[in-house]
Design a protein around this ligand. Structure first.
Ligand code: C2E
Ligand code: SIN
Ligand code: FE
Length: 513
């Protein structure tokens, strides 16, 4: 891609404010006749296309043209005389430009003084040129028309090439980004790719907002920043970012939509029901909205990758931090070597599905369920493994497994373990208020804990314990049904009864050894 097709102009400032001073259309004139150069400059002196003036560069022979083009190939258009050093010097130059220099983009207009020497029909057929003019016939009006048409064609070719290049890079970027599994690394890689696409020095910020728990508290953090934004902290609110820019970013989060304007683009991306992100980018010049469109496309792509990354990380972190520790630790201290932990997770998931809770909440319950008895880590083995009934005193100690579990879990900032803390604390509460540790009633007991209670008892009754033998399935059904509205949430018991076979299948799939 020709990055520097518009060269910096060093001319005097102009009064026209909109006229772009920095960028010009470069036109090459190749002719051995000085008067042709003068006329061309005169005629095109005031020409202006999309607020850009022309910069006309003169060379006087085919060989001079080749020498220049070999060093500096960035012209949108060239007027080429046919007869110069030889009768066909111009025709050879055109062939050289297309085939040797391999420049297919420059618009080429042949000009001839002697029409007979190179007949128009043959030349336009055999040579890759865009127009063919006889000098006598090339009035100033026609020249201007030809220049406008040529430069617009060139502009369109460049736009297409830019888009193609951008798409190729987009695919490459996506490919690269998919391999990254660290947020911060991902953020800076994504921004760097974006700025390469933008083809300019831009400044950009990428901010993510995640709900850290399930009661709607959000926090914003900076994933990546470039250009004039350098961030010492990843906390957005306390960062030194311009107040105006902060407000724009907040607005995008609140209105849940993109904000576009001349100098910037603010993209809003919902990555999952509890995470969203905002991309803020400043551009210097974006007449055709090309960069804004590209930024949007790119950021949508990035948001999709980010979503799967976030999902993957949440699951991985949670499982690493908690599930394995607990699985191993509790199993080691328990007499029962069965698959109780795994089954209660699946039973909770199934109940939550039947209740049609939101998908990521169901997922969180499934992940948190194995932790509900974490507090048993704090109960002496002589009580846990006692073969008979517990004494009054032992029972008081046993009941503390709920609050011990909660204390251990609530310290973590991971959403799933906060949920697990509630499960641990409330999974022995009863619908009628007769449970422990707080004696909560009805809907005052969190829904996840009401689900957990049913899954726990349903599965424990069928399992072997140090203090009891497994129950047969009919007894389990009767017990669960008879405690509807006493121990258990009546609506959930209805769901359990309606789908009883499905719940029993989970027990059969993961039997105790
Ligand atoms: P767990 O063994 O995982 O049992 C979980 C829940 O399933 C119990 O909560 C209870 O609601 C229900 N459950 C289990 N087995 C039976 C049973 O044979 N009959 C009835 N009606 N319900 C049953 P709970 O009662 O709050 O007990 C919490 C934990 O305390 C139990 O977890 C177990 O670890 C321990 N535990 C309870 N009772 C005894 C006991 O008599 N001896 C011993 N060694 N431990 C006990
Ligand atoms: C558990 O519930 O996590 C296993 C321990 C038990 O059921 O006694
Ligand atoms: Fe328990």
């Amino acid at each position: 891609m020709n990055k520097f097709i518009f060269k910096d102009e060093v001319e005097e400032p102009t009064n026209n404010k909109k006229l772009s001073k920095a960028k010009v259309w470069r036109v090459l004139v190749v002719d051995d006749d000085e008067s042709v150069h003068q006329v061309t400059r005169l005629v095109l002196a005031d020409a202006e296309i999309e607020y850009r003036k022309l910069d006309i560069v003169s060379v006087y022979s085919s060989s001079e043209a080749k020498a220049l083009l070999t060093k500096d190939n960035n012209f949108c258009m060239a007027f080429v005389d046919v007869v110069m050093e030889t009768d066909h010097a111009g025709l050879e130059l055109v062939e050289w430009i297309r085939n040797e220099l391999k420049n297919q983009d420059i618009r080429l207009v042949l000009r001839t003084g002697q029409a007979g020497s190179a007949p128009e029909a043959r030349v336009i057929r055999d040579f890759d040129i865009n127009d063919y003019k006889e000098k006598t016939d090339f009035t100033s009006g026609k020249m201007i028309t030809t220049v406008y048409a040529g430069i617009r064609a060139y502009r369109d070719i460049m736009t297409i090439k830019r888009s193609l290049d951008a798409f190729k890079q987009l695919i490459k970027a996506t490919h690269d980004l998919l391999k990254i599994n660290q947020f911060r690394q991902f953020g800076s890689a994504a921004l760097n790719h974006l700025l390469t696409l933008m083809d300019v020095e831009s400044s950009a910020l990428y901010i993510a907002r995640t709900k850290i728990d399930f009661d709607d508290q959000s926090s914003n953090f900076i994933i990546a920043c470039t250009g004039k934004y350098t961030c010492q902290t990843d906390d957005f609110e306390s960062s030194t970012i311009d107040e105006d820019v902060k407000r724009l970013i907040q607005r995008a989060f609140e209105e849940k939509q993109h904000i576009t304007s001349d100098g910037y683009f603010v993209g809003y991306y919902q990555t999952s029901s509890n995470a969203s992100s905002v991309l803020y980018i400043e551009f210097d010049d974006d007449g055709e909205n090309f960069k804004a469109n590209l930024a949007e496309l790119f950021a949508t792509n990035v948001a999709l990758i980010l979503e799967s990354l976030a999902h993957q990380q949440e699951v991985e972190r949670t499982q690493k931090e908690l599930l394995y520790i607990v699985g191993e630790a509790i199993e080691a201290r328990s007499e029962n070597k069965g698959a109780h932990v795994r089954r209660v997770a699946l039973i909770c998931e199934l109940l939550a599905k039947k209740l049609q809770l939101k998908e990521d909440f169901i997922e969180a319950i499934r992940l948190a369920a194995p932790l509900h008895d974490l507090g048993k880590l704090g109960i002496p083995e002589r009580i846990l493994q006692k073969e008979g009934k517990l004494t009054e005193e032992e029972w008081e100690i046993m009941k503390t497994h709920t609050s011990i579990g909660c204390e251990l879990l609530k310290k973590s900032s991971v959403g799933v373990s906060k949920l697990a803390a509630k499960l641990a604390l409330y999974h022995h509460e009863n619908w009628d208020g007769s449970g422990y540790p707080e004696g909560l009633t009805g809907v005052n007991i969190p829904i996840e804990a009401r689900i957990m209670a049913i899954a726990d008892v349903f599965d424990s009754l069928g399992s072997s314990r140090s203090y009891k033998s497994p129950w047969v399935i009919d007894d389990i059904r009767d017990f669960m049904a008879s405690d509807k509205g006493k121990k258990f949430d009546p609506q959930l018991i209805s769901l359990l009864m309606e789908n009883f076979e499905e719940f029993c299948q989970i027990r059969q799939q993961y039997p105790d050894k």
